[in-house]
Design a protein around this ligand. Sequence first.
Ligand SMILES: [Zn+2]
Length: 284
Amino acid sequence: MEYCKLQLLGIVSLMLVLGNTQGWGEDGHAITCRIAQSRLSDSAAEAVKNLLPKYAQNDLGSVCSWADRVRFYLHWSAALHFADTPDNLCNYQYDRDCKDQNGDKGRCVVGAVKNYTDQLLDYGKDTQYNLTQALMFLSHFMGDVHQPLHVGFTSDKGANLVNVHWYTKKQNLHHVWDVNIIETAEERFYDSNIDDFTNAIQENITKTWSNQVKEWETCNPSETTCPNKYASEGINAACQWAYKDAPEGSVLEDDYFLSRLPVVSLRLAQGGVRLAATLNRIFG
Ligand SMILES: [Zn+2]
């Protein structure tokens, strides 16, 4: 019994550790989804409410890390959290880069955003798809595609293999962007309160970035969502900000933290605004 418990505890903590290696951490995803839910049209808000599982109590943010928890048994979904681009090229192309390790096309975060958007367009029709899962996948992957290192280089696995120090702690660079920058910001500026950090980003959306929001929301008229654009911005930010001045073995401190926090905040904001825009287009 004791052994089982320990083993279970081991598995759970392993899941928690691994869970953070692919995707914004829990907080990043929750922030993106809460921003999105606050911007839904009446019909989209109604559809999201209908589709969310009961336990979510109509809080989209509470299920936005669900995709990270299921990737350990839904093995097919693991490749959908990111896209790998050729080393040091600093651009992204769907045909070249959106595939899994076996070379199956479309199996990357960009293909996933497209796919789950398409599935949700079946809402209100007779459908073969599980639209509750489609909503939870889409909401998660829209966050992931905005984490710059989720469209990173191939050989270092989106900087998962770049070892650095975050202040005094050993860390990999991917994790710094998934979790540490957000956590350090919350601790230092927001009394460790995720709601206060979310509100600060919301305020930037309505003030500092207000004249950019329309552009963030816009896709070609023929598209319901445009993740190729989000991924291209991602690898750009990865080169300009994430990889820059953070080679293997570097120690990242205030200089890095304070100059990158605005980029993280921007990407969380864009993820939220675009998830809302996509859901509003899907549900009319
Ligand atoms: Zn993820």
